[in-house]
Design a protein around this ligand. Sequence first.
Ligand SMILES: [Zn+2]
Length: 497
Amino acid sequence: MDTYHASDSCTAAARNLLRLLNPLLKDEPPPTIVPGQLQSSCGEILSAIQALVPTLIPKSPIFANFHDGQVHDPLGGGSYAFQEDVVQPLLLALTNDEILANGGDGLLVDKQSNKTVPENDSVRPFQLLSRPIVIHAGAQPNNSPHAGTLVVFCYAFLLAREIRNRIKSMVDNADAKPPLVSVEITFVDTAPVKDHGVKIGGIEYQKSYRDVPGALAMHMADYKHVLHLLSTWSDIPFTTTFQSNFFSHPTIPSLLRYIVANHEFLGRQLSPKYGVLALRAACPISGCSLAEKHGRLNAYNNNSSHQNRNLPSAAPDTTIAFHCPYHGPHIICISKPSDVARLEANAPARNLIRSMSQLLDTGAHHVRVTGADYAGMYQEMFLYRPLAAWSAATGLAAGRTPHILYAPLIVDWSGAKLSKALYVRDGGYEAMKLFGTEGLCSFTQLKSRFGDDGVEGLRRLCEEVQRWFEDPRKLFRAYSVEYLQRVIMKGQKWTST
Ligand SMILES: [Zn+2]
């Protein structure tokens, strides 16, 4: 057994703390105590603790911080605008889409005499909703889901339940069948597998999860378990899909033709770093499966010009040639479904293509729930501007924009989001074991913490997200690991001021 030798600085800090603590060990406060003295000595004790704690493990020091347990949910921006309700504005927007698709004027256009929505009747429009509503969320299954991913899943199911309940409460009286509300989880099985990539000539190549046997299955059981629990609790059905399902959708080839024809403009817009579209396809040679990560060597042919060095002069269709460092170019024909199913896209390109496809779907409503780190400039640059350009150029999806709700981030002490990649690759959260918060790093650790297959930990998290829905200003801010420690690990609620 190792013997712990305290350093000189540790000993000095401990002595100082003990000196300050000593008066507290007496049964009665000292008779000479004066107002403010206790507060002053409390401050000294806290400082002494802060001086001692980093000396305990000098090789990887830890730091003590304190808080007063006051929880504030200040208003401003989204929390101000949606403090009363976040669901009704969404339902109005969906209703508007449906009216527009049916040739109506929509609810949101400026009307002096609005005949569609009578004044003081903010509920009635829901009755117009007839299409199924799909709440989408995604995950990269490269680790057992951590608290941030679980919050997104909880958000998706609770949002679906709230939408279902509100519509149901309206149509119960109208004697009509409410539209189905469901959750669809997309697994990004085209994420790179650690230690399976190579860099050759400054170009990065990756192997995707779906091309490495066993890699995808490793954590899938945790995801399915979580989704089944959330589905059962919310009474909301769910489906799961993968990237090949997405690229197999009938609208994809026509969208890809637009994307190939405009790849230069879109590449500049979607990749500030490389200026090219990050579309990928794994090398089809058996056992290879390398895909060029950033699409820098891709060659596009939209069948209107034949200047491409990798393609024959009379290419029969819109094609993309991809490059393997060992086996050379391989080509995908947009008109061949089996080819298109091989396609992969990085997050911005995937986000754009998926949104285009969903905007064109007149058979269902699509609402996306994603982490708040994707809000703001990311979506404006990578999604809304390219969508506006596409709509203007093609006339498609005129006046339509995606419906996206952003789930609060779970952040560490510094305000950085709890990162699955950091946990997986660099052991960035070793200290969380010491702090007793490791259960927030992965569902696997949450399960072992509670010893009940994760049910209690997930239930506590889900109930917390439910509280955010009941007071929607809470949906427009981040939550720290320290905040969730009490809620999830100890099962105790914080009370807002
Ligand atoms: Zn190859």
